[in-house]
Design a binder for this molecule. Structure first.
Ligand SMILES: Cc1cc2nc3c(=O)[nH]c(=O)nc-3n(C[C@H](O)[C@H](O)[C@H](O)COP(=O)(O)O)c2cc1C
Length: 204
């Protein structure tokens, strides 16, 4: 059976969505079965309407099916991404993560292999704090956290060892360098997940 990878993201103007697609493409290169899912928009319409790019993104959606708890249970490996919001993940993503208590209580999230990705508008605007905050959830689940490190020559150029990221200056869309790092992250997640999932099945 193929390794099962779930990519879950929130995006309000498309940048995190582009990173998610690139990570998914990298995972598929390894032969993994990949699902890409988004999460429910919870911001009030009034807040969305104040940002034309946010409104446009919503108007052209839905961009992916909404993540279900069953998707989390299905997956061997997880990639979870969010734009940086005041130095942390978006509430929309957190709201989905906070709905996983039932799975967590049954131990269904333990031993999943997990990695995180983000985008922010400035280089020192909280990329790492967002990745670390998402990873905190993984620790509580008992997931096996996979950072990027500098495990591929590409990362010496694009490098964020904490996880794939992109600095969106003046609302720029993710560039090839960032998308390349996300591809590396997808391949790395799927490869390590295959090793872990195979070992776990053998031990059963
Ligand atoms: C409410 C809000 C808070 C934000 N907070 C930060 C921040 O703390 N640091 C930063 O560099 N960028 C911040 N940004 C910018 C976004 O993280 C950035 O534009 C990101 O690329 C958007 O990704 P998306 O297109 O997937 O929504 C913020 C944007 C909004 C709307």
């Amino acid at each position: 059976m193929s390794t099962r990878i779930l990519v879950v993201y929130y995006s309000s103007t498309g940048n995190t969505a582009a990173l998610a697609e690139s990570l998914a493409a990298g995972a598929r290169e390894t032969g993994a079965d990949v699902r890409v899912r988004t999460v429910r928009e919870t911001a009030p319409a009034q807040a969305v309407a104040q940002n034309p790019r946010w409104q446009a993104w919503i108007d052209t959606g839905p961009h992916q099916a909404l993540a279900e708890l069953a998707d989390l249970e299905w997956a061997d490996g997880l990639a979870i991404g969010s734009p940086t919001r005041f130095g942390g993940p978006a509430a929309q993503l957190k709201s989905f993560l906070d709905s996983t208590g039932g799975l967590w209580a049954k131990g269904k999230l333990a031993d999943k292999v997990a990695t995180s990705f983000t985008t922010a508008s400035t280089a020192h605007g909280g990329l790492e704090s967002t990745l670390l905050a998402i990873n905190n959830v993984f620790y509580h689940w008992g997931a096996i956290v996979v950072p990027l490190g500098y495990t591929d020559p590409h990362l010496m150029e694009s490098g964020n060892p904490y996880g794939g990221s992109f600095v969106s200056r003046k609302s720029a869309a993710p560039d090839d360098l960032a998308l390349g790092a996300l591809r590396v992250q997808g391949r790395r997640l799927a490869t390590i997940t295959t090793h872990v999932a195979t070992g776990l099945k053998r031990a059963e």
